[in-house]
Design a protein. Structure first.
Length: 195
């Protein structure tokens, strides 16, 4: 099978698994459900993935890698650290809202599986938090952010805060536009670190 077709099928299965896991819940979903949603034979899923756990971890890793790459390239368009931090928060909120099934899967389902902490997942999360820490370091170097902050702790708090806001939004059945809170989130974090 040509490589492009293999990649397309792989992506199609991942997208189907995202929808099925978000709709049914990871524990209730079956590989047959994923295969049907993807329009492939049941056995085809196993040609690409070892099972449900592998599918879920692959969804998480692929999407987090893409998120880090996309957000990194977008924030670099901003000249100063404060603008970069605001842009990063705004982009993350926007991506959560426009990809609510994926966000639900990553924020609600994934942590419940017990498969959350493996080396590759930890590395992916660390890369995202490091991106935030680098923005904070820039702000300290610019003299815009308090130089007494521990950038790693603050970066983790920012990541966790956004994750918490998004999780609550999902659990409250997305009853309000999430993008309205992006500026408020930025203001709360910036008020604690700006000089």
């Amino acid at each position: 099978m040509p490589r492009k077709k293999q990649e397309e099928k792989y992506d199609k299965i991942l997208e189907a698994a995202t929808r099925v896991f978000a709709r049914e819940g990871f524990h209730n979903a079956k590989i047959e459900d994923v295969a049907k949603e993807a329009g492939v034979a049941h056995g085809t899923v196993y040609l690409y993935f070892d099972g449900k756990d592998d599918l879920l971890i692959s969804i998480f890793q692929e999407n987090l890698e893409e998120l880090v790459e996309y957000v990194s390239s977008e924030v670099e368009k901003e000249a100063y650290a404060e603008g970069k931090l605001r842009r990063m928060i705004s982009l993350q909120i926007e991506l959560i809202e426009t990809n609510s099934e994926l966000a639900e899967l990553m924020l609600v389902e994934f942590p419940q599986t017990g498969k959350f902490l493996n080396n590759s997942v930890i590395n992916d999360l660390a890369a995202y938090i490091d991106m935030i820490a680098n923005i904070l370091k820039e702000g300290v170097a610019e003299g815009a952010f308090d130089d007494s902050i521990d950038v790693n702790v603050v970066a983790t708090v920012i990541y966790s805060g956004i994750q918490g806001i998004a999780t609550r939004w999902i659990l409250e059945e997305m009853k309000y536009p999430l993008n309205k809170v992006a500026n408020e989130i930025s203001e709360v974090f910036l008020s604690g670190i700006k000089l």
